[in-house]
Design a protein around this ligand. Structure first.
Ligand SMILES: [Zn+2]
Ligand SMILES: [Zn+2]
Length: 761
């Protein structure tokens, strides 16, 4: 695939075909490989029934009880068939294990200590129990020589052993992955359905299934949770078994999806593993928690429709999402978190505060209303001001290009399905999904010398990506968005300095919003492009910059770079401690090759025969997509444009000042005051309604104005205003009369200082 600024939007920038294929690689039913919720296959347009459920929930209707029995009686035929064959194969397998050589092995723990064990007998759990009982109860999974490994599975040889609990990210994935099996079991017992895929996600897990003659409704959730609870009470062991392809096809003969997965992913003559817990037997590479009893709380969170392998040409399926914890208290906390997140939902606040809306005539493209546009523009102004200080040059490039450009950049070959294409005078064109190729044309529009470098080419570029309509979500997953995009064209020797400057820029911007952030460096992958020396040099410069600016505060992600260059991912954390990736810094050695970009270096000038030098491109964005960033800050500030009680950034607020006359005769003066503030670029409104004064003040507070200015005879005579600042208890109740000139000056200062605190100096 072509170089592209890999901002992690709703999903990775992979062509649909590749995404679908990648999904296939993880063939196991409840896949061991963590699948981020961001890479879920296309979801079918919202199901009617789900809409109804949401409506019912909004109306506060109590979810009615299901008319269906808890469990099918008798259970589906395939239960008995599966268990019989499993038990037979398991007995054979156990005999094999018994015949394995028993030798003394040595197990090295993370702290360097070693313990003795016996091959094919000692399990990681046995070692954990030797350490302490309470420790063994807390851990969820082992890592043997760097590979995740079932706690009860016998060790085969001397090894390094790590024991992970739920708080460990890998431990959490295993825990949720195992919980997906429990959900699968509950679904089989309740619906008699045919299971397909059931991976963990970033916040829980889901299982996807085909249910004959019935669709999932939220009235089913209590039954599913009840059956899951029964499975949990049973402390069902996760039993691992290696099964040949031939037997796998027999085992899952009743389920065409499992048949497809086995045929597609298990080569003839080989085998893979299945796992059993209770009556449930599933195709899976594992590993899992030792038994279902480790799950202390499990909740179904939602359901939706989907397609098998995410392909709209395949069968339509139903997907049930859940979350689970090793402690009941954690579920209570999670529910409180959900309630707070719902309160802050940017879609809700956007509507209440009249910031933006969507219309079905252009799904995924936002209409920003006047107050939403103020936020949008405040962000652009912020960046533009910094561009001036930091040596950036802003450009404007086209939105649509002939497909020839996309062939050169590689997008046509790899990304076409995600682009909107159009026919123009019998040729194929496309709307740009990224700005980079256009910026390459600008760089290449004339000869370049090393004296000009680095060129920091910035554009508030509007891009379009063809997201499936059913996958669109508020401002976080859209078809049209604007990026604060920049491409730095520089010499390889300038990388470190440029990266340092980017860190400084990023830190300044995130600081204005009170965001924490952390960084990860992803290095050369196996299928890299270019020379090892170029990579090593670039990686060492990135490492140096990270060590200088953030010593000990960044992580290495070895082998996870894009094939065209190493990258630094920056993740911010909001007021609810949720993580988002907004900024990216991506080095690119490939795009300059594809566009044959050149500059004359100092040495080139001396020797005219020497071929010209290649610049490196740094793709970088700080806010990322402005649409998505607005969603993040709306929720971060809870729509009050405040971080804590004291922190309410005036400069980003769409409602900075409202002027309220105490009675009709002062309407003109109120208009004059607002007009004066507006003429200085402040966002001032007037409330000239017929409401009473207390009502108008209350409305101003509800609308989240930072300041309320009240004017009457006294103020008119003194050319002054009475200032009420909601964040300042002292002025909130009675207000303070201040000359208009002074107030204007202070507001201008407060806006330009971009202080977090909403207080006049
Ligand atoms: Zn599994
Ligand atoms: Zn780019």
């Amino acid at each position: 695939m072509q170089s592209m600024l890999a901002i992690r939007f709703a999903r990775p920038l992979l062509p649909r075909s590749v995404r679908a294929r990648r999904h296939l690689f993880r063939f196991c039913s409840a896949m061991a490989t963590p699948v981020a919720s961001t890479s879920q296959p296309a979801v079918q347009p919202a199901v009617q029934q789900e809409k109804k459920q949401q409506k019912d929930q909004k109306k506060g209707k109590v979810v009615s009880e299901s008319l269906y029995p808890l469990e099918l009686q008798p259970p589906p035929d395939f239960f008995e068939h599966r268990i019989k064959l499993f038990e037979q194969l398991k007995a054979e397998y156990d005999d094999q294990v018994k015949s394995k050589p028993r030798e003394e092995i040595s197990i090295t723990l993370l702290d360097g200590t070693t313990r003795k064990g016996i091959s094919w007998e000692t399990s990681p759990m046995a070692i954990a129990q030797e350490i302490s009982k309470s420790f063994s109860e807390r851990i969820v999974i082992a890592k043997v020589d760097g590979e995740l490994y079932d706690l009860e599975r016998p060790l085969e040889k001397s090894c390094k052993l790590e024991l992970l609990d739920f708080e460990n990210p890998e431990g959490k994935k295993v825990f949720w992955h195992s919980s997906a099996h429990v959900l699968g079991e509950a679904a089989e017992r309740h619906y008699g359905c045919h299971l397909c895929l059931g991976p963990p996600t970033d916040d829980g897990f889901f299982y996807e299934m085909s249910i004959h003659d019935r669709s999932v409704s939220n009235t089913d959730y209590p039954a599913l949770e009840k059956v899951a609870e029964m499975a949990i009470k049973d402390k069902q062991k996760f039993e691992r078994l290696v099964v040949s392809k031939e037997n796998l096809l027999k085992l899952f003969h009743y389920n065409k999806y499992k048949q497809y997965l086995v045929n597609a992913k298990v080569p003839d003559g080989t085998s893979t593993t299945v796992y059993r817990c209770g009556p449930m037997i599933d195709l899976c590479v594992g590993p899992h928690i030792p038994h279902t009893g480790k799950i202390k709380a499990l909740m179904i969170t939602k359901s939706s429709a989907s397609y098998f392998l995410g392909d709209a040409n395949n069968d339509s399926l139903q997907r049930i999402y859940g979350i689970s914890f090793p402690d009941k208290k954690q579920l209570t906390e999670y529910k409180a978190f959900l309630a707070e997140a719902a309160k802050r939902d940017h879609r809700k606040i956007g509507k209440e505060q009249e910031l933006f809306f969507f219309n079905d005539l252009s799904p995924g493209s936002c209409f920003f209303l006047p107050h939403g546009t103020r936020i949008y523009n405040a962000l652009v102004e912020l960046l533009r001001l910094e561009y001036g200080k930091r040596g950036y040059q802003e450009v404007i490039s086209p939105n649509m290009y002939n497909s020839k450009l996309w062939e050169t950049s590689g997008h046509w070959q790899n990304y076409k399905d995600d682009m909107f294409t159009l026919d123009v005078e019998k040729e194929k064109w496309a709307l740009k999904p990224m700005n980079c190729p256009g910026h390459c044309l600008i760089f290449d529009s004339r000869d370049r010398s090393y004296k000009e470098l680095p060129i920091r080419m910035a554009e508030f570029g509007i891009v379009h990506r063809n997201e499936a309509s059913g996958a669109l979500t508020g401002l976080t997953r859209v078809r049209r968005f604007m990026q604060d995009d920049t491409h730095v064209f520089c010499m390889p020797s300038q990388i470190e300095e440029e990266i340092m400057a980017l860190f400084d820029f990023m830190q300044h911007v995130y600081g204005l919003f009170g965001f924490d952030f952390f960084l990860e460096l992803s290095t050369r992958p196996e299928n890299f492009l270019g020379s090892v020396e170029t990579w090593n040099e670039a990686e060492s410069q990135l490492t140096k910059a990270l060590d200088k600016q953030y010593p000990g505060k960044w992580e290495l992600n070895p082998g996870d770079g894009a094939f065209y260059g190493p990258k630094i991912d920056i993740t911010i954390r909001d007021a609810l401690r949720r993580s988002f990736q907004c900024a990216t810094i991506q080095l690119d050695f490939q795009l300059p090759e594809r566009f044959n970009l050149k500059y004359r270096s100092a040495e080139d000038f001396g020797s005219p025969d020497k071929p010209a030098s290649r610049p490196v491109i740094i793709h970088r964005a700080i806010l990322g997509s402005l649409e998505r960033f607005i969603a993040i800050i709306t929720e971060h500030f809870a729509g009050k444009w405040q971080l804590t009680f004291a922190y309410r950034p005036f400069w980003i607020s769409p409602r900075q000042v409202v002027v309220i006359p105490v009675a009709a005769p002062y309407k003109d003066y109120a208009n004059d005051v607002a007009q004066r503030l507006s003429s200085l670029g402040l966002y001032a409104d007037v409330d000239n309604s017929d409401n009473t004064l207390p009502k108008k003040i209350r409305n101003g507070e509800i609308a989240q104005y930072n300041f309320i200015l009240v004017v009457g005879q006294e103020e008119l005579d003194a050319r002054a205003v009475n200032v009420r600042n909601r964040d300042d208890v002292g002025t909130k109740n009675k207000g303070e009369m201040i000359p208009l000139d002074t107030v204007v000056e202070k507001f201008v200062e407060l806006k330009s200082s971009k202080r977090l605190k909403n207080q006049l100096a």
